[in-house]
Design a protein around this ligand. Sequence first.
Ligand SMILES: C[S@@+](CC[C@H](N)C(=O)[O-])C[C@H]1O[C@@H](n2cnc3c(N)ncnc32)[C@H](O)[C@@H]1O
Length: 261
Amino acid sequence: MTSKQTDVVKREFAKQAGGFREPGLTLARADYLNWMVENLGLESHHSVLDVAAGTGHLSRAMAPHVAHVTAFDLTPEMLAQARALANAEGLDNIEFAEGNAERLPFEAGSFDRVVTRFAVHHFADPRVQVGEMARVCNPDGRVAVIDMVAPDDPALAESYNRLERQRDPSHTWAFTAADLVALVAGAGLRPVSTESREIEVNTGNWFDLTKTPAADRESILQEMAAEIDGGSESGMRSFRRDGEIFFMQTWVIVVGARAGG
Ligand SMILES: C[S@@+](CC[C@H](N)C(=O)[O-])C[C@H]1O[C@@H](n2cnc3c(N)ncnc32)[C@H](O)[C@@H]1O
């Protein structure tokens, strides 16, 4: 299946793949990954599916705790990095699969845990992918959706998502925390926990990862600077430190259980 959004994702993440190996990457930070792993209730016999696994940061963090991880992604360049990084770490219980999460190529009930991290905001209609995640999760299993969330105020959410899309055209829509819980519940899962964490983001690193063109960087930074200097809110919660512009993200983990999970 191919759609305009899958083409955009493949194009943007082919460009971004190398940046996901940068040592200073927020998405690769061990303390954040440990926080996520701790919230997934992993057991040593588990078989786990990481949907839209990218370069496999979460897959590699989970692998030592479980029997097997399948890292599934649309973008071959991201999976190539994932394979290389898993090999470099000597992890031999991760399998890699390329495809579109709109239709997961797995039997119903195949996995004990089905997770996705920082991908919902790249899906055109996440109900499709999260529905698939619920389908391939076994009846005693759990599904976890991890993402950054937008402000609750609809006008600020609109502005936040507009700026994210300007920075990265593959961004569709970041949900609010409440909408992420509703997304999980809408897939027939029982929400069992919601955890959140505030993360500081340096705009230089943020733009470097997505290779945002200079004109777009400049215009986004102007809006953030105006907000810091008392202008209208952008939804980014921007601030300045040592002459550099930062902003705040809220990361949320929503875990939903199948009937017996
Ligand atoms: C921001 S990256 C996150 C990667 C990884 N989950 C992480 O947290 O480090 C988003 C990933 O979603 C993948 N992706 C987006 N839409 C997809 C789809 N429909 N099916 C499979 N993968 C998808 C992209 O290829 C990309 O690797």
